[in-house]
Design a protein around this ligand. Structure first.
Ligand code: AHM
Ligand code: MG
Length: 334
């Protein structure tokens, strides 16, 4: 059987793009190597004392897990040496991560959530790495925060690695969405899901419904509609893993909608929990490229101008029909 490796796939795309210099392909290849290292560590986590918390609290006020820290270090270590980036942003770091002066500087910016779904690490539930790539805005000199604060529409590429029952890479460069599965026997990601398209409508909804008391009336009305067998949503099923990458991945293939709304009565989460740059924008690019939709309840996620590196945003993401229907219910309250 003819099997296409991710490198081959990247090279074909590089050839099709008039702007391609090969640097972007190198960037993705470095990222893939980092993800393979993380995947290896995740797979043997229970054996090598890699589970549990470090005792530190990150910039988001969350417990840092040992594997969070490991994944963050691997990504920074590999990517700063690649010679292609001018800066990085990690969910785990408060500020922009500069490229040390001993390494070559490029003009791409990498934004990532090193290990999404950390709270699931110790119980062997799927987790993932989310990434997003931009070009820098300004010319030379040290890149500043403004270089990084770009709308999702400016993303050159975005995707995620899912460390699940198998390790997968799903990514887009703006020409459709493609999925690759890591074949551990050869250490290569092989094309397993070309041209992924999300169903136009799906019956599965995904939300942490324990937050019902924190939601406003419109959000409650959306979730009530999702349960109603007579509603246009079609009488949904609920699935919630608590790992965004895993919940998103299921939504991408089965259709439906994932939502993490704002917590109206929770002063800690007035905009929900998820981060615009590290989580929402990359998945919004993937879902749109697959024919789906992502909003914050009012605006298209990709059009939102970030104000700060770790801005949070409510997220409604999935099949177009589901997100439009949710939007219509939310609009009724405005
Ligand atoms: P993390 O990036 O620190 O793991 O946090 C984000 C995670 C998402 O993966 C998931 O969708 C969400 O937190 C779950 O939050 P909650 O426990 O509030 O439902
Ligand atoms: Mg996350």
């Amino acid at each position: 059987m003819r099997q296409v490796t991710v490198t081959e796939h990247l090279l074909v795309h590089q050839k099709e793009s008039p702007m391609a210099t090969g640097r972007f392909t190198r960037l993705l290849n470095e990222l893939i190597l980092a993800a393979k290292i993380i995947s290896r560590e995740v797979n043997k986590a229970g054996l090598v004392n890699a589970l549990g918390a470090t005792g530190d609290v990150n910039v988001q006020g969350e417990q840092v897990q040992r594997l969070d820290e490991f994944a963050n270090k691997v990504l920074i270590h590999r990517m700063e040496r690649a010679g292609i980036l001018c800066a990085m942003v990690s969910e785990e770091n408060a500020d922009v991560i500069p490229i040390p002066s001993q390494f070559a500087i490029g003009d791409y910016i990498l934004v990532f959530d090193p290990l999404d779904g950390s709270s699931n690490i110790d119980v062997n539930v799927s987790i993932g790495t989310i990434f997003s790539i931009y070009r820098r805005r300004s010319g030379g000199g040290d890149p500043c925060v403004e270089d990084v604060l770009q709308r999702g529409t400016e993303q050159v590429a975005a995707g995620y690695f899912l460390y699940g029952s198998s390790t997968m890479l799903v990514y887009t460069t703006g020409r459709g969405v493609h999925g690759f599965t890591l074949d551990p026997s050869v250490g290569e990601f092989l094309l397993s899901h070309p041209d992924i398209e999300i169903p136009r409508m799906g019956k599965v909804y995904s939300v942490n419904e324990a937050y019902w008391p924190h939601w406003d009336e419109q959000t409650r009305a959306v979730v009530t509609a999702l349960k109603d067998p007579d509603n246009a949503f079609g009488g949904a099923s609920l699935r919630y893993i608590g790992s965004l990458v895993a919940d998103f991945h299921r939504t991408l293939f089965y259709g439906g909608m994932f939502l993490y709304p704002k917590d109206y009565r929770n002063p800690k989460k007035p905009k929900g929990k998820l981060r615009l740059l590290c989580e929402a924008a990359p998945l919004a690019m993937v879902v749109e490229q697959a024919g789906g939709m992502a909003t914050d309840g009012v605006r298209r996620i990709l059009d939102i101008e970030p104000e700060e590196l770790h801005d949070r945003v409510p997220l409604f993401i999935g099949s177009k029909r589901n997100v439009v229907l949710a939007q219509q219910i939310l609009d009724q309250g405005t």
